[in-house]
Design a protein. Structure first.
Length: 481
């Protein structure tokens, strides 16, 4: 009797275990069925109703768009295609009427032969073989068992490796995508079409300012055109976009990121005119275009920012290497004078607007047509500042300097005198500016021409050198250190 009870107990426990296991499998099957029944809704380029592209000069752009999508009530898996390969998934904001975002992620795994084989492992494929003599093709159904060290196929009742022929797919295997996509599991409060707002940051889009200036024959005015050079390598083309350009840097935090984003669902729970119009935004300047922009992937486009005709300009020659009141060499030079153009960024001079940093190229008239006079890089320049553009060196305006006296007054004090001789081989007189930095504790004792103080330690003299002539500058300085 006791043995029967033990046997009955074991049978009872086994049956309970089997029933519990079956119940667990039933619950898992129901859960899988429920997940499988979540509708998938694509919202690609055709669903887009508006697109705003805001581009920064730091390989960064803000995409702000609206897509019109018809959604059923309940849970839906949204597939938002046409987002580019340089999207930053952590910056995505998705909003819509009656929409609650439960999960979101970025699917990007470029199609490769190995990736296709990995996704097809365990599934049916076809093998096409070509007869070496006749060229006739035969098609064989097969099951791809593994690709670890090469494809392993079940062909009929045989397992084969190094199978001759080529493996083909009727369609992309499940889980692979031809293009990157944002994936979002959302809960829709009601059925029907609605506008979804999608906003995110992406790399691969940038812009820079370039300037073209044409000098008049007198050399005292120039026609200035500011251009925006816009480059796109984001993996995404933009059609009919409203364009905004931001001049000025924004703070960005460097983060460790993989060189290439692999396909993954990074889940996150979430609670319920030809020219541009310029305006200030948070200490930066925003240029907006009133016409839609088309910018293809891997395309560079030049747009006009603004034009400023007849801007007043002053040309002079400058020596920065000749003046020296430090202990050192007795002779300096000969050196060629730098050719400098000065532009006052004021409305009175014909400009008076913030200038984004960039390269300014100048052309000047010459017999037979304009010639390239030189270029210089300018920094971000607000209204009221002065632009100094160095175009190169003048081979016919030269200068030399020699020390004419040196006297030690004490271990910490001395006096030095210098003479600067400048020559002009041109047929017209030129104005030159001779500039130099003084040592700490300097006092100017005498000078042959009055100077201007540019800073506490930098002074400059302005002189005129006659045609085919020369001009001299002499001075004496006492230095106490």
């Amino acid at each position: 009797m006791k043995k029967m009870r033990k046997r009955f107990g074991r049978v009872y426990k086994n049956r309970v275990f089997v029933i519990a296991a079956l119940a667990s499998l039933y619950i898992l099957a129901l859960s899988g069925l429920a997940l499988a029944q979540v509708a998938e809704q694509e919202a690609g380029r055709g669903a887009r109703s508006s697109l705003v592209l805001t581009v920064y000069g730091q390989d960064l752009a803000l995409i702000d768009e609206v897509r019109r999508v018809a959604l059923p009530a309940g849970r839906v898996r949204l597939v938002l295609e046409d987002v580019g390969t340089s999207l930053r998934p952590e910056t995505v904001v998705l909003q819509g009427d009656g929409l609650r975002v439960l999960e979101r992620g970025f699917a990007f795994d470029p199609l490769t032969p190995r990736g296709l084989l990995e996704a097809a492992a365990g599934h049916k494929v076809r093998v096409i073989r070509t007869h070496p003599q006749t060229g006739a093709e035969t098609i064989h159904e097969a099951e791809l068992l593994s690709i670890e060290d090469g494809p392993v196929l079940r062909l009929g009742d045989r397992i084969e490796t190094a199978v001759p022929g080529r493996i083909v797919f009727d369609a992309l295997p499940k889980g692979t995508r031809q293009d990157p996509a944002l994936l979002a599991l959302v809960d829709s409060a009601h059925a029907g079409p609605r506008d979804l707002s999608l906003r995110y940051l992406t790399g691969g889009v940038s812009w820079r300012a370039d300037y073209v200036a044409n000098l008049n024959p007198e050399g005292n005015r120039l026609d200035l055109t500011a251009l925006a050079t816009l480059a796109n390598t984001s993996g995404l083309g933009f059609e009919g976009a409203s364009l905004r350009l931001i001049a000025g840097a924004v703070n960005r935090v460097a983060a460790a990121r993989p060189k290439q984003l692999r396909r993954a669902m990074a889940l996150e729970s979430v609670a319920a005119n030809d020219g541009a119009v310029q305006q200030a935004v948070s200490g930066r300047y925003l240029y907006s275009y009133d016409r839609p922009l088309d910018l293809a992937d891997r395309e560079t486009k030049l747009l006009t920012l603004f034009q400023a005709p007849s801007v007043a300009v002053t040309r002079h020659y400058r020596f920065d290497e000749l003046v020296s009141a430090y202990r050192g060499a007795d002779q300096l030079g000969p050196v060629q004078a730098a050719i400098v153009l000065e532009v006052e960024n004021t409305k009175a001079a014909g400009l008076g607007r913030p200038l984004p940093g960039g390269i300014l190229r100048i052309y000047e008239p010459a017999p037979g047509g304009p010639v390239f006079a030189g270029e210089d890089r300018i920094a971000h320049t607000p209204e009221g500042e002065t632009l100094e553009l160095t175009l190169g060196r003048a081979f016919d305006v030269t200068g030399r300097a020699r020390r004419t006296a040196y006297e030690t007054l004490s271990p910490r004090a001395y006096e030095t005198a210098q003479e600067v001789v400048m020559r002009n081989a041109k047929n017209a007189a030129v104005e030159v500016r001779v500039r130099g930095n003084m040592p700490p504790g300097w006092t100017l004792l005498r000078e042959s021409a009055p100077h201007e103080a540019e800073t506490a330690s930098r002074i400059a003299w302005t002189l005129t050198i006659p045609a085919k002539g020369e001009a001299k500058l002499s001075y004496r300085v006492r230095v106490r250190q």
